[in-house]
Ligand binder design. Structure first.
Ligand code: GAP
Length: 499
């Protein structure tokens, strides 16, 4: 992860927001390459989820809505995470991410309690042992024989009672200085206009903008059920503990579809269809299959509005976590807005002559998380001519720079001129690079490190021999082929766009 974060900063993918002022926790800025990569993810979503389907249309709704939208959707009342403070260090924790349990001696008697951050079991075990050692030393506790810790019995802090909390040490102070968990609403509030008295909110998901426009879109674009409305846009959540780089941030982008279907059992089929469609989309972006998995939510793990939800998970360097979710939300949202607004959101099926509130399947992905999964999937190291090489194996369709055009020597105007002409043609269609500085091998390395799939070199054969060929070098294999310069556009078109 450290290597990846270092590369992201060094090569202009991601910067800490407000770095000049020592940062701004949970906010990130995407640099020249990062913004290109993000934009490619979004345009792939637009082309695969919207343009390639005749049953999905797009929407771009406002970030700030009438606050009643968020009351009806349940976000004002219930969009919260449990939070605990450490009274001594003033550190703030998400209570469901702290796990506590006893340390026992050889006789099975409790020696002390420990409390660690949620992580891989092995890391939690190691942290718990470290903490126990420190507490035993600090408190001068007499221990008989070896101590044991059974992480599998640990519970998260939301299960602690008032009396438990008197024993549970804060991971910061190592003393029982944690407060009881209390709900913290994750919506950022703001005020609209000069004399507003009620708060407005920055949207925490793009989905509600879709639900409240259901009738507008259906009426204006004459869509018939089943059909979907997709939206790409910013979402804001005042996360208690933003962490793991862009994985959990306070400002991020979502790509969501609300796919409206008839009530009844058919949702199972549609849900399965969207699971497969979503997974194929992630594969097409270059997210590694062997690092992805499914997490089927059930019982307590289901959000209050969902009748089913399956996450696609990804094995990030910091552990396996949710990449995107595909939820069957029933008719919860449209019903809630019908009640809240007092206006009918029923659909009239002209064929069956039935009226009903449509049900919904919702594929929802975070662009920033997919960005991170693509970076992790693409990161590679090998050895070329006895030297270590770091490169990014991006699919051409998502690569920030599609090709680097290189005149072999920068002091030969006849080479530079031909290369410049090729660059001028290609840049009208793609983000390509023109690089003249340094030896050709160094230029290849620079292109590899930012994941440019093709390097096209104009050399003396191009200008002196018949056929006017250039070399095309492939990033992953370093293999080179020659092709006529006027075939380059067609070749790149097939490799990048598939036509
Ligand atoms: N409309 C449903 C919804 O918003 P969610 O599971 O809360 O569901 C959907 O969010 C996706 O948005 C997640 O799978 C994740 O990819 C992304 N996401 C959620 N919170 C995020 C955060 N704090 N930072 C980055 N991405 C986030």
């Amino acid at each position: 992860m450290e290597d990846l974060v270092g590369l992201c900063k060094r090569r202009g993918f991601v910067f800490q927001n407000s770095e000049l002022y020592n940062g701004n926790s949970g906010f990130y800025d995407f640099g020249p390459l990062g913004s290109e990569l993000k934009s490619n993810i979004k345009s792939q979503f637009r082309s695969q989820f919207i343009h390639a389907r005749s049953d999905v249309v797009s929407l771009d709704s406002s970030i700030i809505s009438n606050p009643k939208v968020w009351e009806s959707s349940g976000h004002v009342g219930g969009f919260s995470d449990p939070m605990s403070d450490c009274k001594e260090s003033k550190k703030r924790f998400r209570s469901d991410q702290l796990f506590w349990g006893p340390v026992k001696d050889e006789k099975g008697d409790i020696v002390c309690w420990v409390c660690v951050h949620e992580d891989d079991t092995e890391i939690m075990k190691k942290e718990a042992k470290k903490m126990a050692k420190k507490i035993i030393k600090n408190e001068k506790i007499n221990v008989e024989g070896r101590t044991t810790i059974d992480i599998s019995t640990f519970k998260d802090l939301t299960f602690a009672t008032e009396s438990d909390i008197q024993n549970i040490p804060s991971p910061e102070s190592l003393k029982p200085t944690l407060t009881m968990p209390k709900d913290f609403n994750l919506m950022f509030s703001t005020s609209v206009g000069a004399s507003s008295t009620t708060p407005a909110y920055l949207r925490p998901e793009t989905a509600q903008g879709i639900f409240v426009n259901f009738k507008n879109v259906m009426g204006s674009s004459r869509m018939k059920i089943p059909f979907g409305i997709a939206q790409i846009g910013k979402a804001f959540r005042n996360e208690i503990t933003p962490r793991n780089f862009v994985f959990r941030s306070r400002e991020f982008e979502q790509c969501e579809v609300e796919y409206f279907i008839p009530p009844g059992d058919c949702w199972k089929e549609y849900h399965k269809e969207w699971l497969d469609f979503s997974k194929n989309f992630l594969l097409s972006l270059g997210v590694r299959d062997d690092l992805m998995d499914w997490d089927v939510h059930s019982g307590d793990g289901l959000a209050h509005y969902a009748r089913a939800c399956t996450d696609v998970t990804f094995r990030f360097p910091f552990g396996e976590s949710e990449l995107m979710g595909i939820a069957a939300r029933g008719d919860y949202d449209l019903k809630a807005h019908e009640e809240g607004s007092g206006k009918s959101l029923e659909y009239y099926d002209e064929e069956t002559k039935e009226r009903y509130i449509p049900h919904v399947i919702e594929p929802s992905l975070g662009v920033d998380r997919v960005f991170l999964a693509i970076m992790c999937s693409a990161y590679a190291e090998d050895e070329v001519s006895g030297e270590k090489r770091t490169f990014l194996k991006f699919k051409p369709s998502v690569a920030p720079v599609k090709a680097s055009i290189l005149p072999l020597l920068k002091n030969k105007p006849e080479l530079v001129e031909v290369a410049q002409k090729l660059y001028d043609e290609l840049k009208m269609r793609w983000n390509v690079d023109f690089d003249t500085s340094g030896a050709i091998g160094r230029r290849y390395r620079r292109a590899d490190e930012i994941g440019t799939p093709f390097c096209i070199t104009v050399d003396f054969d191009t200008i002196e021999k018949e056929g006017k060929t250039v070399t095309v070098r492939f990033r992953d294999s370093c293999e080179q082929i020659r092709m006529p310069i006027d075939e380059v556009m067609g070749f790149l078109g097939k490799e990048i766009d598939g036509y």
